[in-house]
Design a protein around this ligand. Structure first.
Ligand SMILES: Cc1ncc(COP(=O)(O)O)c(C=O)c1O
Length: 500
């Protein structure tokens, strides 16, 4: 196994060697760039013997980070890149609180519980009265929430099977082959067999009939397909719980398509995850796992521990974590309310439709994503006819690929990822732009302008110029090194984030 931390370019390491000199001969000053630290390689392997002044450490690290892409121009990610100053202030003021210290920080726990109650009701969890506490927990993101939900489904299935004297050796989970990689992780980490429904051309989401065909006595859960599972339950008496992975959609659908039935209104939906750091509009580090009721969270998974003098219930993978993200989520919920979420989600949904239309109008692209709020606020698109010529669009007169387009856009700062669809539809290659809160009308127009500019530049390049551009970009892309670092790893997975 090669670690990601090794993935920094070899060329940079070579440069470090060239910087060495006799410190005694040098004249150093108290300014950051006149200091001896700026004349030395930055520590990469060993803890330095000596201290360095805070402003030097700050500047050296900040300068390194300047080579990262700008988060606001990263159109690959759903993760929030803008929060109001008041939210940032609350986060900074609470950054040193360890959320797990319930006794010491009871208000942080109370704030988590308020968030759980609000989100559970947003997802229509059945409650007996307005002040009933809902069942859920804050997590680091949807991945942790999904791990917890898979554990709960597995344990509940085991309890039911054991009570009937049946074996519990071979639990399986049914999902679409387009699931996010955390589902594969959950299955492998917790010994659950992965049972996939594959995508095909034109069918990029889980096909309910195929999913239900895979159900057997060892199925601990499934994603979606309520009606067919209800019919199966009526026929077999076996109830298969549904977990909804609402990582991105959980904070979009309730405001853009409030009548869409996807949540606890469907009787077989027993748990839902959502990422607070995606359309929950918080900075990265927060997610939520919500259960229909306490019945679906087996008690022996919840640890009651006595820590720092207090009894506390814990159902998380990690023990310690910061409280500030939980607090930021509560800020967003009460600051925006239904009206605020509706206007933000409405805006970005319209921007996505506008961008899709503008891309289509160039005559070069085919749009693969949904419109009018039927899907997430994103635009997935591909060159017309690209599969036929393996991206080499001789048919339409061009010789460049979606990767070349992505490279040219990167020169302007835009990160527009190029993807491959899920297994069995991997011949479909696409580009994807995710629209976040800070993707305004103006930004939409600027992006299109740059896409058109990139296309016209690429159109003018001949094959050898394109080849030169490709090798130059390969040399300089740090991401490429990150990918290479994992070459040879046994569990390499080519997950797609295609159209979801
Ligand atoms: C559908 C889906 N599920 C789960 C995840 C994992 O979420 P997180 O990054 O919050 O752990 C993602 C992340 O992109 C996702 O898109």
């Amino acid at each position: 196994m090669v670690f990601l931390s090794n993935a920094i370019s070899d060329s940079r390491l070579a440069e470090e060697g060239e910087c060495e000199g006799e410190a005694s001969e040098m004249v150093y000053s108290t300014t950051v760039y006149g200091s001896r630290w700026s004349d030395q390689p930055i520590p990469r392997f060993e803890l330095p013997e000596d201290e360095m002044p805070p402003q030097v450490a700050y500047k050296l690290i900040k300068d390194d980070l300047a080579l990262d892409s700008k988060p606001t121009l990263n159109l690959a990610s759903f993760v929030t890149t803008y929060m109001e100053e008041e939210a940032e202030k609350l986060m900074a003021e609470n950054i040193s609180k360890n959320f797990i210290d319930f006794e010491e920080y009871p208000m942080s726990v109370e704030i988590q519980n308020r968030c759980v109650n609000i989100i559970a009701r947003l997802f229509h969890a059945p409650v007996d009265n307005p002040s009933q506490e809902a069942m859920g927990v804050s997590t680091v993101g949807s991945s942790e929430a999904i791990m917890l939900a898979v554990l709960a489904m597995k344990r509940r299935w085991q309890e039911q099977r054991r009570a009937r004297g049946l074996s519990t050796d071979k639990p399986n989970l049914i999902m679409g082959s387009n699931v996010q990689v955390c589902w594969e992780k959950a299955c492998r980490y917790f010994d659950v067999e992965e049972s996939y429904v594959y995508c095909s051309e034109g069918q990029y989401t889980l096909l309910p009939e195929k999913a239900v065909e895979l159900v057997d006595e060892n199925t601990i859960g499934i994603c979606a397909v309520n009606d067919l599972l209800l019919a199966k339950k009526a026929l077999t008496g076996v109830e298969i719980p549904i977990h909804v992975d609402a990582a991105s959609g959980g904070f979009v659908a309730p405001f853009v398509k409030p009548d869409l039935l996807w949540d606890f209104r469907l009787p077989l939906v027993k748990s839902i995850n959502v990422s607070g750091h995606k359309y929950g509009l918080c900075y990265p580090g927060i997610g939520w796992a919500i259960w229909r009721s306490s019945k679906y969270l087996p008690k022996d998974l919840v640890f009651n521990i006595n820590y720092l003098g207090a009894d506390q219930a814990s159902f998380t993978l990690n023990f310690s974590k910061g409280a500030s993200h939980v607090i930021a989520q509560y800020y967003i919920l009460i600051r925006l309310g239904r009206k605020g979420f509706t206007s933000i989600m409405g805006n970005i949904t319209r921007h996505a439709d506008r961008l899709a239309k503008m891309l289509e109008d160039t005559g070069r692209f085919e749009i693969l994503s949904e419109r009018n709020g039927k899907g997430l606020p994103l635009v997935a698109f591909r060159f017309k006819h690209n599969e036929k010529m393996n991206y080499d669009e001789r048919l339409t007169g061009t010789i460049f690929t979606k990767f070349d387009l992505a490279t040219r856009l990167r020169e302007r700062g835009w990160v527009v990822p190029a993807y491959t669809m899920a297994p069995h539809a991997e011949h479909i290659k696409l580009l994807r732009v995710v629209l976040r809160e800070d993707f305004t009308h103006v930004r939409c127009e600027l992006l299109l302008k740059d896409i058109k500019m990139a296309l016209s530049l690429l159109d003018k390049m001949d094959r050898s110029a394109i080849q030169t551009m490709r090798s130059a970009s390969q040399r300089w892309t740090l991401l490429k090194h990150a990918t290479l670092a994992f070459k040879g790893s046994k569990n390499k997975t080519e997950k797609t984030y295609g159209v979801c």
